[in-house]
Design a protein around this ligand. Structure first.
Ligand SMILES: [Zn+2]
Length: 530
């Protein structure tokens, strides 16, 4: 009998890492999950302060100095061990608590959008600091959500002696898709069993399989020519700005013959200094997007040829630098289904009349095409794998989703039907709409964490899906090479310019109950109806 038991346990070990973990009854699990929900609800004030505080910092990608300091100080105070500056990125970190397996990593972005400064709770364009960056995407809310969920679960794990490790990590410079591929390349996720990522949205939802949207490679082409007096001896100059224009024209012609599902766009970062000097240096920065890794690479190769052609035509030299990359996203079915069950338990927040009034006024202000006006009142269904590829945005969580089982929890902190990367997307982000959305999301995340810590066999199932269903489709190759480095210098100049003005508006929670109160905004502030 004893022998048989040993044989069986040996077989179990071979099947999965966690097959021998202690078992909790369904009732025990439900009771602990209920407690986690209540614990999150009790941290409502903490969530509001964090959301408002990060909103007020308004820091662009790679410059999230105050944001990262604030979050890591808080995690450190709460017993997390912090590794600073991971992958050579000064504002990146890896915060760890607990011991043993499973290891579950919670991630979210923290950077904002150029020129999106906006007063919260005001339903028309009214910047806090004109021209300054602002949270016109809502990345001020995801890390607060993760902190609230992690602290709630940590309390329960400590008391009950539940084994497992919680990691928190930030998606630094997500708007530049600038870091996550470096984190995976540098091995940060090698020992992690699952990743739960959170992203602001206007409903409470999760999906699995290939997600809507694209992956991308972000590349800056720099041309080098020869300066000369543009009137005195133009024949002695070779214009790098001409090369940029020629590349752009070449790309626009190529665009006609590209699969329409691709997306590409550019900005000219350097077009020369002044008209009477032939520009000796100029550069253009592209995002090349497509729905699969090989297609992204095809588009990129085509652009490289056009860059070489432009250099030949203008008699200049071209070099290129990869500034960011993102794989198309593929999410884990096992985690998503478990999470969706919890989403149904939690449901959408209860919106006040003021919340709805603000939302509808903003939708009207930006001519939103949304069918049902106001905030979401009906839960989304679980997101299924796309049957036909759908173009759109990217997120470098894609890289992590190909490294280990991952999902993105989307939570209802913003207003439906806005155009994105715009001041209007900042309006809700330091109001009760954002605060309630974060609390709802943190409840779902805390419950899902407990599901996997208490039933580690589910981790094995998630890996089975990852290996057998996802992994068969495509092998993961990071788009950043061994020699590539994160472009940490980006946005330095913009933050240097605006930080002194923004500092005056940092949220002081010791003096004001909310950021709305500090700014003297009555909620909601909407235009008078004629
Ligand atoms: Zn985002």
């Amino acid at each position: 009998m004893k022998k048989l038991f040993l044989l069986m346990s040996g077989a179990c070990l071979a099947v999965g890492l966690f097959a021998q973990a202690p078992q909790y009854s369904k009732d025990q699990i439900d009771a602990l999950k209920k407690e986690a929900m209540e614990s999150v609800a009790a941290k409502e004030k903490m969530a509001q302060v964090m959301v408002d505080k990060v909103f007020s910092f308004a820091e662009l990608g790679f410059q999230e100095v105050e944001t990262s300091k604030y979050l890591t100080d808080m995690l450190k105070e709460n017993g997390f061990e912090i590794e600073y500056g991971i992958s050579g990125v000064p504002t990146a970190w890896w915060a760890k608590w607990g011991s043993g397996k499973p290891v579950i990593a919670l991630g979210s972005d923290l950077d904002c959008i150029p020129k999106a400064s906006q007063k919260p709770g005001v339903a028309y364009h009214d910047p806090i600091v004109k021209g300054a960056p602002g949270h016109g995407e809502g990345h001020n809310s995801g890390n607060p959500l993760n902190v609230v969920a992690a602290l709630s679960v940590k309390e329960i794990m400590e008391r009950e002696g539940i084994q497992g490790t919680i990691i928190l990590w930030p998606g630094v410079a997500e708007e530049l898709v600038g870091t996550k591929a470096f984190f995976t390349r540098d091995g940060y996720f090698d020992e992690v069993d699952l990743c739960i990522f959170t992203h602001v949205s206007n409903n409470l939802s999760v999906s699995y399989g290939q997600a809507r949207g694209t992956g991308l490679i972000s590349v800056e082409y720099t041309f080098e020519g020869e300066a000369a007096h543009a009137a005195g001896s133009p024949w002695r100059g070779r214009s790098a700005a001409d090369a940029v224009e020629l590349m752009n024209i070449g790309w626009q012609y190529a665009r006609e013959h590209l699969d329409p599902i691709h997306r590409s766009h550019s900005v000219i970062k350097n077009g020369g200094d002044q008209p009477n000097v032939v520009p000796s240096e100029a550069s253009i920065w592209y995002y090349f997007r497509h729905v699969t890794y090989p297609k992204i690479m095809e588009v990129y190769e085509r652009a490289n040829k056009i860059a070489e052609g432009a250099a030949m035509m203008s008699n200049t030299k071209v070099s290129r630098r990869v500034l960011g990359s993102a794989w198309p996203r593929h999410f884990n079915k096992v985690i998503a289904e478990q999470m969706y069950y919890n989403i149904r338990e939690v449901g959408l927040p209860e919106w006040s009349e003021a919340d709805q009034e603000l939302a509808m006024a903003v939708q009207e202000e930006v001519n939103s095409p949304v069918q049902e006006k106001g905030l979401a009142t009906k839960l989304d269904t679980i997101g299924l794998p796309v049957r036909r590829f759908v173009s759109g945005g990217s997120d470098d969580i894609g890289d992590i989703s190909w490294k280990l089982p991952t999902v993105t929890l989307r939570y209802p902190s913003n207003i439906p039907g806005l155009q994105g990367h715009h001041w209007s997307n900042a309006i809700a982000m330091a109001t009760p709409i954002a605060h309630k959305g974060v609390v709802a999301g943190a409840k779902v995340e805390a419950m899902t964490l407990l599901d996997f810590f208490l039933q580690p066999e589910l981790v094995d199932e998630a890996w089975k899906y990852f290996r057998e269903e996802q992994g068969m489709k495509q092998e993961y190759v990071p788009m950043v090479g061994e020699e590539d480095e994160p472009a940490i210098y980006l946005n330095t100049d913009i933050m240097e310019q605006y930080r002194p003005a923004l500092e005056k508006f940092y949220y002081d929670e010791s003096k004001y109950d909310s950021y709305l109160e500090q700014l003297g905004i009555s909620y909601p502030t909407v235009k008078d109806k004629e």
